[in-house]
Design a protein around this ligand. Structure first.
Ligand SMILES: N[C@@H](CCC(=O)N[C@@H](CS)C(=O)NCC(=O)O)C(=O)O
Length: 194
């Protein structure tokens, strides 16, 4: 199996950490390019997004949660996808936060005259509202924690437009502790300047 990724992707980072943590054998990683008509990802996955996990028979799995679902078939340990409604709710909240941040970040990457102030304001409000909830109630399920840590890790290095730590000392402390592991350190996204 080959996991296509880019180092800046918080979605791919989740899968990169998950398979290592679960010690799943037979996965190699390949750094690809995005938004590139010559990308070597496109023959496998015309959608052109990472993470993409290409199986031995050529089947290309995309979408982080679907890839995690497949990884759960490959290891005997605790499931990556939560069994409980509480765990699912936590995971959904972390993905919702990240998806909103991704939309916000995409707006900021457009030329200034193409940016939508309305979209930026909406996503900023969504992110702040969710982070305020997380300040009071951080997730317990390990995969929800992984997703949240990757979302905030993205903000630390590639979406510094959002001062998410401000006024949220508990969430900041939670993040610092959650990411002080060799796997988080080894998959640190590069700084983007945004
Ligand atoms: N819903 C997808 C989102 C993945 C995603 O948006 N990945 C970004 C990188 S962080 C990507 O591949 N973007 C390429 C593009 O938008 O063309 C998932 O959960 O895996």
């Amino acid at each position: 199996m080959i996991l296509h990724y880019v180092p800046g992707s918080p979605y791919a980072r989740m899968v990169r950490i998950a398979w290592r943590e679960r010690r799943i054998a037979g996965i190699a990683e390949h750094e690809t390019t995005l938004r590139d008509p010559g990308s070597d990802l496109l023959p496998h996955n015309p959608v052109g997004r990472v993470p993409t996990l290409v199986l031995a028979d050529g089947t290309a799995l995309s979408e982080t949660l679907l890839i995690l679902t497949h990884l759960d078939r490959l290891h005997p340990g605790p499931r990556l996808i939560p069994d409980s409604p509480q765990g699912l709710a936590e995971l959904g909240q972390a993905f919702g936060l990240l998806d909103g941040i991704a939309v916000w970040n995409r707006e900021l990457r457009r030329p200034a005259h193409e940016r939508s102030p309305g979209v930026i304001a909406l996503e900023q409000t969504r992110a702040n509202r969710t982070a305020d909830r997380l300040e009071a109630a951080p997730p317990h399920h390990p995969t929800a924690r992984l997703a949240l840590a990757c979302a905030l890790g993205y903000c630390e290095r590639r979406h510094t437009a959002w001062a998410w730590r401000q006024g949220r000392p508990a969430l900041a402390a939670w993040f610092d502790e959650a990411t002080a592991t060799p796997l988080f350190q080894a998959t640190m996204p590069p700084i983007s300047g945004l």
